[in-house]
Design a protein around this ligand. Structure first.
Ligand code: UT7
Length: 331
């Protein structure tokens, strides 16, 4: 059996938080944010919207576009660092119930901004082993719930949203997922973490509202990100004997335009190949790659058989890349 990336969907909350809005909240400027990150605005979920609500909206679209019934889904993975509830139940089980999926295998996956690529690799493994036939992978984040809006080093970066994809079994290799790399190094854990709120935060009140706020050593994270991503994408292309010029869509995690540009330049990618959504969505962690894929699907750029190169990097530290033909129908 081969694993085929069959459909994509996304949901972007209505409310927009602009750089000018942030100027009123912390000591920053639109000019600084845009120059250092490429971000102009990000979307923020409504108070009564949860991460699972965002995930459900994206998943419904992905299922519809896959041309299957929701009852055909036999596994659901949700990649998130902003779950509805921090310990249990998993956001994946909540999404499954809201979708009316009965007794499906469902679980959350914690790999921060690399979560979608990790989820893709798990889905592929379950399908290729013959254990599952249609795996729904969801990247959903309400990062506004874990963002400290008094910290200008992080609050300017993050936004909310969700993306979802159906990965299906096929006996035809033509458009099967080609390769996926995943890696991690906990020695860099302190670069990007939520230091409070878990059993590791022995001296803090784990119940206080700010317990899960993200903290980041931005500049150090930036340097490791460029170094790690560049060597990882160069390696996956080389191992598969694929030239960067044959990539139809380079779809990096949308953390910072300067990181994307540095990695794209190292691969000699042309502008037309690089998918950019960071300007309008900011960094949506596990949701950023499927939201970007959905963007090119919605605009008609993503066609059946197009070759996508995904790459991601995030807290953990974790990283990953994937060579994925689009096995669905273009819009
Ligand atoms: O998605 C997961 C992975 N995450 C990332 O990959 C994020 C990686 N990091 C970044 O994107 C960048 O490091 C940031 C955008 C977070 C920061 O950009 P930077 O160019 O690395 O700035 P910096 O942290 O080196 O700070 C430069 C200066 C400092 O002032 P001094 O010490 O030079 O006087 C900061 O205090 O900019 C200051 N600064 C700000 N100024 C205005 C930091 N944040 C802001 C701000 N507005 N929001």
């Amino acid at each position: 059996m081969y694993a085929v990336f069959r459909s994509i969907g996304a949901y972007i909350p209505e409310k927009i938080l602009t750089n000018s809005d942030l100027e009123q909240m912390v000591d920053t400027t639109d000019e600084w944010i845009f120059k250092r990150t490429g971000i102009k605005e990000r979307h923020i979920a409504a108070d009564n919207e949860t991460t699972s609500d965002l995930g459900v909206r994206a998943a419904e679209l992905a299922i519809e576009r896959a041309g299957i019934n929701s009852s055909d889904i036999d596994m659901l993975i949700c990649a998130t660092i902003s779950p509805d509830y921090f310990c249990m139940p998993s956001t994946a089980t909540i999404i499954a119930t809201k979708l009316g999926l009965d007794k499906v295998t469902s679980f959350d996956l914690s790999a921060a901004c690399t979560g979608f690529v990790y989820a893709l690799s798990v889905a592929r493994a379950f399908i290729e082993s013959g254990m599952k036939k249609n795996v729904l992978i969801v990247g959903a984040e309400k990062l506004s719930a874990i963002t400290d809006y008094t910290d200008r080093g992080t609050c300017i970066l993050f936004g909310d949203g969700a993306g979802a994809a159906v990965i299906s079994a096929s006996d035809d290799k033509t458009h099967a997922i080609i390769d996926i790399h995943t890696g991690s190094d906990g020695a860099y854990a302190d670069l990007l973490m939520s230091p409070n709120g878990g059993s590791g935060s022995l001296h803090d009140d784990p119940l206080k509202e700010s317990a899960c706020f993200m903290k980041m050593k931005g500049n150090e994270t930036f340097k490791v990100a460029v170094r790690t991503l560049t060597s990882d994408v160069v390696a996956i292309l080389k191992e598969n004997n694929i030239s960067s010029s044959t990539i139809d869509h380079f779809i990096p995690h949308q953390a910072n335009y300067r990181i994307i540009k540095a990695v794209g330049d190292a691969l000699n990618m042309e502008e037309r190949q690089v998918v950019l959504t960071v300007e309008k969505y900011g960094n949506t962690s596990g949701a950023s790659i499927p939201m970007a894929i959905n963007d090119i699907y919605e605009s008609g750029r993503l066609q059946h058989g197009d070759l996508m190169l995904l790459d991601a990097f995030g807290g953990g530290l974790t990283w990953g890349s994937a060579l994925v033909p689009f096995g669905g129908k273009g819009k």
